[in-house]
Each structure stands twice: as structure tokens, then as C-alpha cells.
Design a protein around this ligand. Structure first.
Ligand code: ATP
Length: 357
């Protein structure tokens, strides 16, 4: 596999503001990468820097082996798909698709043929003569993607392309973009603040915060072994529960500090005795049990049901979220037993927030 995108030590300043801090990233050709993180973390700045719409302040940025630091956007051979679609309103779909080819001198008949071919794969054949205002949001998004596909770029850069669409269409378009990636085998870099989108669409997820890459890797590796508390809390929905804890004198159990009631949990692992840590427990890994094997017992504050799942919030400090599939028979005021599989407990250093185990 060849590297299609290589960033080393990339920094970006806006005046005194340090927006990208020493970004290292190596993306193999054909990978679907998601850049994800909370608002202001620098993901759009990183994408725009790849497109050449921002000039980086330091470091090296290569696309297909070629140094791009000072190469203008139109010479980078990357295609950007925006949230706003950025279609030309006075041009038909066909004219929108062929515009980039026409300005590069491609003959009218060849450009039309290319537009028809792309429109076939993106389901736009019957809409080629329409204007953008005559299209739905999903159709406009498809035109924006088709306009990128027609150029056969070295990489596709997506900037939150689905955030203007309603929930159902967003779920549908996720699948379409994923299918498009499988068809084209091209490199996709996809910016989103939605971790579910990142997890379900990408081969490689890059989690950012405050201009720094906190962790990158395969989606389920980030879910299973988050490198720090931030990634642990960001990936997964509902979010992971965090409980202050101390490693017991046996170097193996955790004393969870749930307000007034400390709870002892065996981890089956070797931990530094006496250390103050944070225990991370995913809501789906806390199992409600009525038998005697409960790891601990807690009162219930309230219960929410979506029909397919039940979310239980405990009356503890900190409160815990527990997810049960189905309806359950729990009510507020009940006391429930919770069972935790020892290998599902995440342990983080209380000072550094880094994963210990
Ligand atoms: P969002 O999801 O809200 O779009 P983001 O992660 O994409 O967030 P960026 O747009 O990359 O964030 O912005 C990163 C940081 O850089 C933010 O704090 C933002 O205010 C700042 N920033 C972005 N563009 C500029 C600019 N032109 N001048 C000064 N600061 C900027």
C-alpha cells in the first residue's frame, strides 16, 4: 500500500492562536479516514489545510508523495465536498458536473459523456437538466459528490457533508457515501463532529481535541482501548461512566467511590496498590441482575425507554447510566444489582487521564 496523505509535524497558527499542534498522520491510499472531535478542535482547519484553502505554519504535508506546502488548491488534485454543497445556482446539474472539466479544456461531448457516467453511478441520470433549487437536500448532496467524482481526484475531502440533512436522510446518505467509497477505492477524508458517523463509516478514525490528535486507529480499537479519558468519553453513546476509585491493597480490586457508598470490584488485573484512579464503565457493560451475583447494588433515580432500549440513571454520586435492551421492569426508587464483567472495566490515571489498564 502506498501512502496517499502524509503529514509530519504540521502546525497552524491563526495569529497567536495555535489551531493545529504537531499533527502527524499517515493515510494509505484507498482508506476512509474520519476526523472527529468537538467544535473548535481543528478538524476543519486540518481538512482545509489539505485542500490548500489554509496555509500551514510549519511541518510537511504530502499528497501522493508530493510536497504540497506551497502548492495552490487547484494544483493539488483533491476534491472538496462541502456541507453547503456549494453548487452553482444558475447552472443545471449537468453544467455543475461538467464545469471543472470544461475549464480544463475537455471537449463538450466528452464532458457530457463523463457527466452521464457519473450520474448513472450516483442515481442522478433523470435530474441532469434540473437546477439546484429544484432538488432535495439529499439530491444536492449527491450532485456535490458527483462533481468531485467526475474529476478523479487523488483524495476526496468531505467537510461535514451531511449536517444539513434530516436524521433519516443522514442515515441513508451515510450508507451511500460508504458504498461510494467501496466502489471508487479512493482516499476519503471525512470531517464530522458525530462520533457515530465516524465509527460507522470510516476505516480509520482520528480523534482531535484543542488542535491535538488524541488518538487514531480502527473504530473498534478506539472503543475497546481508548488511550485516555477524553477519547473514552467521546467515543460511545451513551457516554462512558467515570467513577473516582482507589486500587485496593491487593493491587487487583478497585474501591469505587460512589458518594456515600464505596463499592469493591475485582478487576482480575494487576494494578498499582493504593493508586487514585478513574474507573470507566460503559453503560452497555453494566448489567442489571436480580440474582445474588451483583457486583454492587444502587438505587434508581429515573428510567427512560426508547422502546427498543431502556436507559436507567442511578441515584449515586456520580450518577451512572445503564443501558438495557428491551423494556425491563425497573422503576425509579427501586434498588438494582449491577454486574460488571471484570475485563470491561477501563482504568485511567486520575492525574494524567491516561489509560493504565
Ligand atoms: P466545528 O465543528 O465547530 O466546525 P472544527 O473542529 O472544525 O470545529 P476549526 O474550524 O478547525 O474547528 O477551528 C479550530 C479553531 O481555530 C477554533 O478555535 C477556531 O475559532 C479557530 N479558527 C478557525 N479559523 C480561524 C481564523 N480564520 N482565524 C482565527 N481563528 C480561527
Amino acid at each position: 500500500m502506498t501512502l496517499q496523505i502524509e503529514l509530519s509535524g504540521v502546525n497552524k497558527y491563526y495569529g497567536a492562536f495555535h489551531a493545529l499542534k504537531n499533527i502527524d498522520l499517515a493515510i494509505e491510499d484507498g482508506t476512509f479516514v474520519a476526523l472527529v472531535g468537538p467544535s473548535g478542535c481543528g478538524k476543519s482547519t486540518l481538512l482545509r489545510s489539505l485542500a490548500g484553502l489554509e496555509t500551514i505554519s510549519g511541518g510537511d504535508m504530502k499528497i501522493a508523495g508530493q510536497l504540497m506546502n506551497n502548492v495552490p488548491p487547484r494544483k493539488r488534485d483533491v476534491a472538496m465536498v462541502f456541507q453547503s454543497y456549494a453548487l452553482y445556482p444558475h447552472m443545471t446539474v449537468e453544467e455543475n458536473l461538467t464545469y471543472s472539466l470544461r475549464i480544463r479544456g475537455v471537449k463538450k461531448a466528452d464532458a457530457r459523456k463523463a457527466a452521464e457516467d457519473v450520474a448513472t453511478t450516483t442515481g442522478l441520470s433523470h435530474l441532469l437538466k434540473r437546477y439546484p433549487r429544484e432538488l432535495s437536500g439529499g439530491q444536492r448532496q449527491r450532485v456535490a459528490m458527483s462533481r468531485a467524482i467526475i474529476r478523479h481526484p487523488k483524495a476526496f475531502l468531505f467537510d461535514e457533508p451531511l449536517s444539513n440533512l434530516d436524521a433519516a436522510l443522514r442515515v441513508h446518505m451515510r450508507k451511500e457515501i460508504r458504498a461510494l467509497h467501496e466502489r471508487l477505492h479512493a482516499t476519503f477524508v471525512y470531517v464530522t463532529h458525530d462520533q457515530i458517523e465516524a465509527m460507522t463509516m470510516a476505516d480509520h478514525v482520528v480523534v482531535m481535541r484543542d488542535g491535538v490528535i488524541e488518538q487514531q486507529g480502527r473504530p473498534l480499537d478506539l472503543y475497546d482501548t481508548p488511550a485516555n479519558r477524553f477519547v473514552a468519553g467521546f467515543i460511545g453513546s451513551p457516554a462512558m461512566n467515570f467513577i473516582p476509585a482507589t486500587v485496593a491493597e491487593d493491587g487487583q480490586s478497585l474501591i469505587l467511590n460512589l458518594g456515600a457508598s464505596d463499592q469493591r470490584v475485582a478487576t482480575g488485573r494487576s494494578l498499582p496498590a493504593g493508586k487514585h484512579v478513574i474507573a470507566g464503565l460503559r453503560p452497555e457493560h453494566l448489567l442489571v441482575t436480580t440474582t445474588g451475583d451483583a457486583t454492587f447494588k444502587v438505587p434508581v433515580a429515573f428510567v427512560e425507554s426508547t422502546g427498543s432500549a431502556t436507559y436507567v440513571t442511578t441515584e449515586t454520586q456520580p450518577e451512572l447510566t445503564v443501558v438495557e435492551t428491551g423494556r425491563g421492569a425497573i422503576s425509579s426508587g427501586d434498588t438494582i444489582g449491577l454486574w460488571i464483567a471484570p475485563d470491561k472495566i477501563h482504568v485511567f490515571d486520575r492525574e494524567s487521564d491516561l489509560r493504565i489498564s
